[in-house]
Design a protein around this ligand. Sequence first.
Ligand code: GTP
Length: 199
Amino acid sequence: MARAVVGQATIGVVLAGGRSRRMGRDKALLAHPECGSFLEHAEALLRTLPLAQVVTSGARPGGIEDLVPERGPLGGLYSVALATGADAALVIPVDMPLLRRAHLAELLLEGQRRGCPCYFENCFFPLWLPLNQPCLDYLCRAVAGSAHNSVGALLRHLGAKSISLTNDGKWHRNINTPADYLGLGMPDKISENRFLRDH
Ligand SMILES: Nc1nc2c(ncn2[C@@H]2O[C@H](COP(=O)(O)OP(=O)(O)OP(=O)(O)O)[C@@H](O)[C@H]2O)c(=O)[nH]1
């Protein structure tokens, strides 16, 4: 279980729960083109940023397990907020292996400057999210089933702001299916053959 963080602390969160139904295997453990697994890469990326702590959301070693299972990303965020007591979170999903530090650093600065949830237009993750009372209240209701349980609904409720994407490209691509993964054009060492052999 993560330590409590006191003060104006922004933590980094890797969302790594869920069922990976479309992939058919745990997305977090897929080999990453640059280092280790998707999960290891996401955690390492967040550790390059000025964050009070980096935590992983999901039932895995060292992770913060969801208090209420099967409630999706908001269920994970709710449990992380309660377990850490952090003031804000820079949230990335484990299935965006092409995320770059520069984008996250920009989002972190913009979130801290504006004080409201911030994300890049057309994609809700990565996300800078203040874990303030309105946010906690919404997460609680979403987990309990009395508010719409989607990231979009949470962001609308909190009056989130989107940042325009100056440098587009593939960095925000989600990898949800085996075809997505193979489409990454992995280097030889983690090529299609290995992915298929692992099945
Ligand atoms: N902690 C936590 N994270 C989740 C949960 N569901 C999804 N996530 C994470 O949220 C991000 C988006 O997940 P999705 O792709 O929508 O769902 P998924 O379960 O990973 O995959 P599918 O079963 O194929 O929909 C991923 O980083 C998941 O690891 C959950 O119930 N708890």
